[in-house]
Design a protein. Sequence first.
Length: 57
Amino acid sequence: MDQITKVKKRLKQEQWKALIKECQSGKMTVSSWCKANGICEQTYHSVVVKHFCNSMT
């Protein structure tokens, strides 16, 4: 993987991390938050699983 790809991947991970934090700190349900932010709920949950699995390794 070249350096640009690594940087793009890291940026995307940081963006998702911020979105997950925003969702979890709010008073809306995940479903409502996803709808309000134009994010597919299945995508959100998939990213959460990947984020937590990578954090544990």
